[in-house]
Design a protein around this ligand. Sequence first.
Ligand code: NAP
Length: 328
Amino acid sequence: MRHVIIIGSGPAGYTAAIYAARANLEPLVIASSVEAGGELMNTTDVENFPGFPEGIQGPDLMTKMQEQAERFGAEVLYDDVVDLDISGPVKRVTLGSGTVHEATTLIYATGSAHRKIGIEGEERLSGRGVSYCATCDGFFFRERTIAVVGGGDSAMEEATFLTKFASKVYVIHRRDELRASKIMQERAFANPKIEFIWNSAVVDIVGEDVVSGLVVRSTVDGSEREIALDGVFVAIGNDPRTHLVHDKLELTSAGTIWVDGRSSRTSLPGVFAAGDVIDPTYRQAVTAAGTGTVAALDVEHFLAAVGEAGAPDVDADQIEGLAEVDAA
Ligand code: NAP
């Protein structure tokens, strides 16, 4: 039986793995079969992760994190978790291959999944002009007209990136101001290929076999119009990936996994959570990495308390103290 299994291979999962591996806990990381590395695998320039003044490509950053974890003894499996039995003292993780792994503790760091608009045409034309990943699919839209839906950092990043390929990029946003950070907004505003369509909700995506247009409805006067285009990139945020633990762990009203104060302790002993799956607010690579650290330290404390591992790096009172400050 393992000391710890980490589910998820984004910044939270790999940072937890680095810390747990350096504490000789020989963590097993379940990295997923197709989504290993998490969201940053679909990102281009990461300019705000400290330590990389020139920026770094998202996939390169994730490869470095994985290598760092493996260097200290983490084992990485490219498989998907299909079932969890985590209520007892032994945590059992069943993978798609049928293999069952057991551990005393579990770190749940599954991140979040792309949010869908939920309209006709979106599902039907997914992969046929509807995409959730500019870096994956942008190449297919050379000299085409496309739209990005959303007003956050993701939408600005995708729109700016897509101008490398597309001849025109509409950004369709439901309000008249963006949620994106100032720097990302300014970059998009300065790009001559980007045109903003404000106060507009996408109510239909049309096309027989491939996307040929979309219908927007004004959020001001309710009027509708169709815009001819070849592709739609949906970038309206993410929802925490909690489907495996819905009936097992307490969730917050935001749909994230509930954790105790600033710790990573969930509602079940021995189960810890980190990264976007616990964070309805900040959701940055660096904050996810920070909570991955917290989870690994909490695991160390837990194992020490149940007599399974040596003394942890941080005084237990320190973490208790932090939780109390947060609750105050
Ligand atoms: P987000 O900040 O939650 O923004 C989502 C956007 O989509 C908002 O503008 C929202 O509109 C809109 N939206 C949500 N649901 C919608 C719906 N059903 N129909 C139409 N529009 C909808 O999500 P995000 O842009 O993916 O960013 C998530 C986090 O990652 C943020 O913390 C962001 O800073 C971070 N991020 C950072 C970078 C970077 O720094 N390089 C890049 C990408 C993401 P409203 O504004 O009206 O709510």
